[in-house]
Design a protein around this ligand. Structure first.
Ligand SMILES: [Zn+2]
Length: 381
């Protein structure tokens, strides 16, 4: 079984390397936008579709015209053409039309790994040295990295590396393909998970995982900064000062949430064999304004994504029951349905039939677990 895992490191480029990274980010944006325009033009004028290979063939010509492109990692330029094609493939599926890249949005570039053997010498464009914590990237040579302190070696094949610039920090995310032994087990520990409105995660064991204090701290700080910035004159010195602070706090909040979610999902996958949760429709939930804050906070889709890949990683099972299963309305003791619980404000309720008291979320988690077990009964034989 093949598994894909990304390792994200902080990158410490020297001045010269920083300059080249910034230049590359700009060039990739330039080439991507230009090719997007070319594709649109070709389609409008001649109804022809330019494929990524057509676009890659145009690169040498462009390098003649814009000589500064020669200084840029050529693999990264080709990779941008792959990305453009993917953006169109995605458009046919999701109806989200490919956007022009903006300097003010996410600033990244990706380069695919290549390996050549020439006269018994191996050439690789991306290399990592985990002992000395350096990465070698095309045109940039060796750069210092930080992260995964205890990992002395990553066993796997590098697929690509993505460099990103976030405020004034640089990162590299290296995607590995890792071969894993495929051993299936009969699950003995099963967990049902309700993804929370009030708490992040509620389990069928009755545990409730909350946001931690850092998350609340940063959330409050953001609220205050937003209040301040609204009072400042747009474009003034203080305005920019607060704007930078705001950006930094967002980043801290994002990291605190990520750390929290990683910790929870790791624990759950470690302790259970079959992990059952609901399919969620985030978009639909956001439409209901009163819980939109919690939904974005809880980053539910991130929790699901992590549970899924970590289960696979640990040879455990992950299953999602249908969105339409009324997990919060059924009493887990007697199966009686109580439609009053559609009201999210009802936190506990007493079942009319069996008189059991149900905690809204734990009851849901238990129903999710039972439904998942029923749907996977073959697994237990
Ligand atoms: Zn009941």
């Amino acid at each position: 079984m093949k598994i894909y895992k990304a390792y994200k490191f902080r990158l410490y480029p020297n001045n010269k390397q920083q300059k080249l990274i910034n230049q590359t980010l700009g060039s990739i944006r330039f080439i991507y936008n230009m090719m997007l325009y070319e594709k649109e033009k070709a389609y409008k004028e001649n109804k022809t579709i330019k494929t990524k290979n057509d676009l890659i063939k145009e690169l040498p010509h462009l390098k003649q015209k814009y000589t500064w492109l020669k200084e840029i990692d050529s693999m990264a330029l080709s990779t941008a053409m792959f990305d453009l094609e993917d953006a169109f493939k995605n458009f046919y599926k999701t109806k989200n039309y490919p956007k022009y890249k903006s300097k003010y949005k996410k600033n990244t570039y990706r380069t695919n790994y290549i390996k050549n053997t020439y006269k018994d010498k191996i050439y690789e464009n991306i290399k990592i040295d985990m002992e000395n914590k350096t990465i070698t990237m095309p045109k940039l040579n060796q750069i210092k990295i930080r992260g995964y302190r205890k990992t002395k070696e990553i066993k796997g094949k590098i697929i690509n590396a993505t460099i990103s610039k976030e405020i004034n920090r640089y990162y590299v995310s290296v995607l590995y393909e890792i071969e894993k032994e495929d051993k299936k087990i009969i699950p003995s520990k099963v967990i049902g998970i309700d993804l929370g409105v009030k708490d992040l995660i509620i389990t069928s064991y009755g545990e409730k995982y909350k946001n931690n204090k850092y998350i609340t701290k940063y959330e409050n700080k953001i609220k205050n900064l937003q209040k301040w910035i609204s009072k400042k004159e747009k474009g003034s010195k203080n305005y920019y000062k607060i704007k930078t602070k705001l950006k930094e706090t967002y980043k801290k909040l994002k990291n605190a949430r990520k750390y929290r979610v990683h910790k929870i999902t790791k624990e759950i996958v470690k302790e259970n064999d079959l992990i059952i949760t609901e399919k969620i429709q985030v978009k639909k939930l956001i439409e209901k304004k009163e819980i939109s804050k919690y939904i974005s906070d809880a980053c539910l889709s991130e929790i699901i994504r992590q549970l899924e890949y970590k289960s696979k990683w640990e040879n455990k099972y992950f299953y999602q029951i249908s969105t339409y299963y009324p997990s919060s309305q059924i009493c887990n003791h007697c199966n009686e349905k109580n439609i009053d619980t559609k009201d999210l404000n009802i936190r506990t309720w007493i079942c009319e039939k069996c008189k059991c008291e149900n905690d809204r979320d734990i009851n849901s988690a238990l129903n999710i677990m039972w439904e998942g077990i029923i749907k996977n009964k073959k697994m237990f034989i």
